[in-house]
Design a protein around this ligand. Sequence first.
Ligand code: ADP
Ligand code: MG
Length: 417
Amino acid sequence: MAYNVNLTQTLKSLFGFDKFKGDQEAIIRNVLDGNDTFVLMPTGGGKSLCYQLPSLIMEGTAIVISPLIALMKNQVDVITNLSDVRGIAHYLNSSLNKSAIDQVKADIREGRTKLLYVAPESLTKEDNVGFLKSVKISFYAIDEAHCISEWGHDFRPEYRRIRPIINEIGAAPIIALTATATDKVRTDIKKNLAIIDANEFKSSFNRPNLYYEVRPKTKDVDKDIIKFIKLHQGKSGIIYCLSRKKVEELAAILKANDIKAAPYHAGLDSATRSQTQDDFLVEKIDVIVATIAFGMGIDKPDVRFVIHYDIPKSLEGYYQETGRAGRDGGEGLCITFYSNKDLQKLDKFMEGKPVAEQDIGRQLLQETAAYAESSVCRRKMLLHYFGENYDKENCDNCDNCIHPKRKIEAGKELVIV
Ligand code: ADP
Ligand code: MG
C-alpha cells in the first residue's frame, strides 16, 4: 500500500515539531514504502520518531522490540499523551499482570493499537507468539539493535532469537536502529536479522561540543577529580568506575569533601537506584559515581562532564558513556584517567572467560589503549573507529589538538620536544 501523506504536516500535528532532524524524513519514507531499514544515528539524534511516526500512519500494529522496561513505559506515555485514542500505544513485558495483558490484547484485536513495545523475552513467550500470529503487523522495529552483537557494548543473547520469532509470527518489514556504528556490529546486526539488503541511513557521529582528554592516572587521582569537580561547582557530572567497590569508595570520598555525590550500580536495590536517578535529574545530586549500569536511557540534557576513573573496556563503550555529556549542545568535558596498571588488571580479568570472549575482549581493550596513548586528534580517532572520515587538521576541542606536544604513556607524562 502506498502512503501519500504530507509528512511535515503530520510531524507538526502529531508531535508538534516544525521540521525533521537529519535523515528522519527519508527514513520514514523508506519504512512507509515497506522496505527494510537500518538506522545508525548517535544518541539523541531522534531515532524513536523514525518508527513512531510511520506506525501511526500505517495499517496494523508496529511491534517495537526494546530492551528496557523503564524506557518502554516512558515512550508509551509520550505517545498516549499525543493522541485521543485510548490504547494507541501499549507495552508487553514481565511487569504486567494477567488482566493488564488481556486489556492490551483486546485493544490490539480491535485495531486501536498502532505501537506495541515488547521486551525480547516477552516476544519469545509462546502465548504472545500465538497471539501475535493473529495480528496484522505493519512492521517490526528493533531498537538498540546493537544488543544483537557480541561486538557491541551491551550484548543480550535473547536479541539473537528475534529473527526466528519474527519468522514464526509472520514476516513484515524490519527497521533496526542503533547508536553503535562500528563495522563489526553493523555486519552482525544485518546478518542476524537477515536484512542484508536493508537501506542504510548513517548520520555523522561527531559531537563537536564534546571535549576529549586523557590524563595520566597517578596515586593522586582522587585529588585530581575533587579539584576538577570544585572547578565546576554545581554542574552535573557522571564518573564511571569499573567496579562496584570503587564506585562506593569514590562516592564516599567525594561526599566527605562536600560534593553532592551518590553511588549507582546494579548491586543497589531498585528503589535506591531510581531515587538516585531522580535526585540527579532534579539536581539534588551533582555527581553520580557509577558503573556502566548507569546510563542507557538517561536523558539529562545538561550533563557537563563525564569522567572515566578507569579505562573503559571498549572505545564503543567510551563513546556511548561520554556521549551522555552535553546532549543539549552545550559544554561537555570528557576526561579519562589512564594507567598501564589498569590495562593489565582488565586483561587479567579476562583470563577465566571462554577463549572466544577473551579474544574479543582483548581486541576491544587494545583499541582503547591505542586511543589513550595516541597523540593524534581524539575526535579523528573516534570517528575513524566508526568508519567516518574527519578532514579537519585540528578539532580545537581535544587535548591532543590543544596541547599537541603532550603524550601520555603508562601513567607518566612525557613531553616530546
Ligand atoms: P535517540 O533514540 O536517537 O537517542 P530520541 O528518539 O530519544 O533519540 O530523541 C531525542 C530527542 O529529540 C527527544 O527529546 C525527541 O523528542 C527529540 N526529537 C526527535 N525528533 C525531533 C524533531 N524532528 N524535532 C525536534 N525534536 C525532535
Ligand atoms: Mg533511542
